[in-house]
Design a binder for this molecule. Structure first.
Ligand SMILES: CC(C)(COP(=O)(O)OP(=O)(O)OC[C@H]1O[C@@H](n2cnc3c(N)ncnc32)[C@H](O)[C@@H]1OP(=O)(O)O)[C@@H](O)C(=O)NCCC(=O)NCCS
Length: 236
């Protein structure tokens, strides 16, 4: 058996049990209902116990935040079975990006959002990136990222207006965000993750886009992962 303690004031999670001890901290992105958990102290390697513990933590956190949850482990010690085929991961050390001019940062555009939601998304992001059409003076591409002290970075809301797609704007946005991650000199290690579109306008282009930068889908045969997405998560 084990005890799971979630400290909502300081965003700390600790678990103690017969075979496993885990201690970590978490951060929440409310607009995207995303929660990043980074475990720092990890003792024990019983994958069955870890699964059980993550299930319990997920249930407890879901009651408080109703979020999808990403778990990051510093060492690849667990054979965690991740069933989310749309989950892509990139190790900071393996980032591929291009040199190009900087685009306007800290702006936001998303057709489906109302103004308040836009504000929430900007404020809760660690970094947002937008490309403007200078002639029409309208935003045409957008992306943002959310990170937990550099260990775990989550990229979301990558989109290009329909009539501007296939011109390299999506690539520029991802490039710009990844460049910012690389410029974080304090934390050279860590993972960047995202959920890749598997339907709609991005079904074909999104995987192409992310693969270019080195992102890889977590496959069935790649179970020794230091990243785990909670089993409760389903597409919105
Ligand atoms: C995914 C998306 C952001 C890509 O934006 P974009 O501005 O078209 O991206 P780029 O022009 O940089 O193209 C990226 C890659 O996709 C490919 N691509 C773009 N449009 C394509 C299309 N219609 N069919 C096939 N491939 C396409 C490009 O060839 C490029 O790969 P390459 O550099 O190897 O040639 C855009 O399609 C979009 O907004 N989709 C809807 C929202 C969405 O699904 N976002 C992703 C969430 S995970």
């Amino acid at each position: 058996m084990f005890d799971v303690i979630i400290n909502k004031q300081d965003y700390i999670i600790s678990v103690t049990g017969h075979t496993v001890i885990l201690t970590g901290f978490y951060a929440v992105d409310i607009p995207d209902r995303t929660l990043l958990v980074t475990f720092q102290q990890v003792e024990g390697t019983d994958a069955f116990d870890i699964h059980k513990i993550l299930e319990t933590i997920s249930i407890n956190l879901a009651k408080i935040y109703n979020c999808k949850i990403f778990y990051y482990f510093p060492k690849n010690t667990f054979a965690l079975e991740n069933k989310h085929l749309d989950l892509m991961v990139l190790n900071k050390m393996d980032i591929k990006y291009f040199d190009e001019k900087q685009y306007d940062l800290n702006a936001f555009w998303l057709k489906k959002c109302d103004e308040n939601e836009m504000i929430n998304r900007i404020e809760s992001s660690t970094l947002t990136c937008m490309i403007l059409d200078n002639i029409k003076n309208v935003p045409v591409a957008f992306g943002r990222l959310f990170t937990q002290m550099g260990y775990l970075t989550y990229i979301s809301d990558i989109l290009t207006a329909e009539e501007y797609q296939s011109k390299g704007l999506g690539s520029s946005i991802v490039n710009c965000l990844l460049k910012a991650v690389m410029n974080d000199t304090e934390n050279k290690h860590g993972l960047i993750c995202l959920l890749c579109a598997d339907k709609g306008a991005g079904k074909i282009s999104a995987p192409k886009l992310y693969c270019k930068f080195g992102f890889k889908f977590l496959k069935d045969d790649d179970k020794k992962s230091s990243l785990f997405l909670d089993a409760q998560h389903e597409h919105d």
